[in-house]
Design a protein. Structure first.
Length: 489
């Protein structure tokens, strides 16, 4: 399964799209499907992508280059505020499963799946169409894996810790402004201040802080979760951070700094997670913030708000999106493929050590663990080896299908787990994998399978999958039946 994720992130506009897509990447990753990021971004975006498979590319100006790179992708995910409708139309034509991440019905999206994890997404007026699937609401809110499993927080009788987090840039210079407000009015309260990688107001923040101020510069996701978990109240902007705070259950005061945040904030106000609508240009903003803090001093209202947030965002949104895509991808066959990765070594060794598989194998394979690892590592690094594993949508292992490309043709090797042998869908595994090979390896004109005469089960699988018996050969001093599948014309 080949997955491409296309998004953007710049210091001047923020990295919210990247962090949201990162959660989808991570949800694929735990299923051992490794996507590729294509990010229209600057150096600041790299800090979010360091543990991923990514490429920085101005895909808007170099669309032909991008489309060559995403060629043959089974799933393409786009999360953008800059892509025009024509770009989405083109994506919809080149992949069987296009996915468009949206916040406010930005364009009339073409055929595909629209994902909007916003609090009010169901009421935004998406027009139902037979050729589009809608995944709407906080059930599909995508947050980073560090936020997936967060326990319930303790609640103090009064506010002792306040968190300030205004994104990666703090475009409205809120951090020093609100910090000064808290220092004047709550000198004994601990202030935790998140300083993003794009901040240019650190001197002002240093001048505004007091002895109870702790500054966290570009914290890791783990550090950020801990800061949230230990805080009694957060003050933030109206973007993606609200979703993360809701997941942790932190009572929150949010200030809108962009027009596209207002709709998002109003949804959270309606659900009573946010207490009021605040905007960056609002008169008497500081006084309004002080009033809201005063209303949240008591333990009970904070407990109620925390419960609302955790009920709305349970941390499984990204995993639900990926499960939906795997099921959609596997709807006809009941299974999906992914390429083999290094962590599959034990799984594959146990499969290939099966007595029946060994008895029917034409080629010898090292059965000592050290020798096997050398063989396995060699296959992973071999560009002429197209190596797939097959799973059900509930991640039950079906088997391995390997294609060793030898110029104009490829040799196929199939090993099916004992739980799935003799079941009717095995021929579909071979059939679909073979045509994936033709799709991925355009120079392969035909595929050969070598079957021992006594292995009637494998012979039946190949012939039912469209392979034709052509001749008999002798390989490794043993007679084998040769089956051939030619590339469709």
């Amino acid at each position: 399964m080949k997955v491409s994720i296309i998004t953007e992130g710049y210091n001047k506009t923020g990295y919210g799209h990247i962090t949201r897509c990162l959660s989808l990447y991570q949800a694929f990753e735990i299923r051992n499907v490794i996507p590729t990021f294509y990010v229209n971004g600057d150096e600041g975006s790299v800090s979010f992508l360091s543990e991923t498979n990514y490429e920085i590319i101005d895909w808007l100006e170099n669309q032909d280059t991008l489309f060559r790179k995403i060629h043959n992708s089974d799933v393409v995910i786009v999360d953008s505020y800059i892509a025009p409708k024509e770009f989405y139309n083109r994506i919809s034509l080149v992949t069987p499963y296009p996915v468009f991440i949206d916040d406010f019905v930005r364009v009339d999206y073409p055929v595909g799946t629209i994902v909007n994890g916003s609090i009010n997404a169901e009421s935004l007026g998406y027009l139902p169409r037979a050729d589009r699937t809608l995944l709407l609401g906080t059930k599909y809110a995508s947050i980073r894996k560090e936020f997936w499993e967060v326990g319930e927080r303790p609640f103090r009788l009064d506010i002792q810790n306040i968190l300030l987090t205004f994104g990666g840039q703090d475009v409205e210079n809120f951090t020093p402004r609100i910090l000064r407000l808290l220092v004047r009015n709550f000198p004994n309260v601990r202030k935790r201040v998140i300083v993003g990688s794009g901040f240019n107001n650190e001197d002002q923040i240093e001048q505004a802080k007091d002895e109870n101020t702790e500054i966290y510069k570009a914290p890791s996701p783990q550090e950020l979760v801990k800061c949230m978990y230990d805080s009694d109240l957060a003050i933030t902007t109206g973007g993606q951070t609200i979703v993360e705070l809701a997941r942790v259950g932190v009572p929150t005061i949010a200030i809108s700094v962009a027009e596209n945040q207002t709709l998002h904030m109003n949804g959270w106000i309606k659900e009573k997670f946010l207490p009021a609508e605040l905007t960056h240009a609002q008169p008497n903003l500081e006084n309004r913030i002080l009033l809201l803090i005063s209303n949240l001093r008591k333990k009970q209202p904070r407990e109620i708000i925390s419960k609302i947030g955790r009920q709305k965002v349970d941390g499984s949104g990204a995993k639900r999106v990926i499960q939906f895509l795997l099921e959609k991808y596997s709807a006809k066959s009941g299974f999906y493929f992914r390429t083999v990765i290094s962590k599959d070594s034990s799984l594959l060794f146990n499969l290939l050590s099966d007595k029946l598989i060994r008895a029917n194998s034409v080629y010898e394979m090292p059965l000592k663990w050290g020798d096997y690892l050398d063989w396995f590592s060699g296959k992973l690094m071999d560009d002429d080896c197209y190596f797939l594993l097959s799973f059900t949508t509930t991640d039950q292992f079906i088997g391995q299908i390997r294609f060793d490309v030898k110029g104009y043709f490829a040799e196929i090797s199939v090993s099916i787990h004992s739980d799935w042998r003799g079941k009717g869908n095995t021929k579909l595994v071979v059939f679909n994998a073979s045509f994936k090979c033709f799709h991925e390896k355009p120079n392969v004109g035909y595929i050969l399978a070598y079957v021992k005469p006594q292995d009637s089960l494998s012979l039946g699988i190949f012939t039912q999958a469209g392979y034709v018996i052509t001749e008999k050969e002798t390989i490794n001093n043993q007679e084998v039946i040769v089956c051939k599948l030619s590339r469709p014309r």
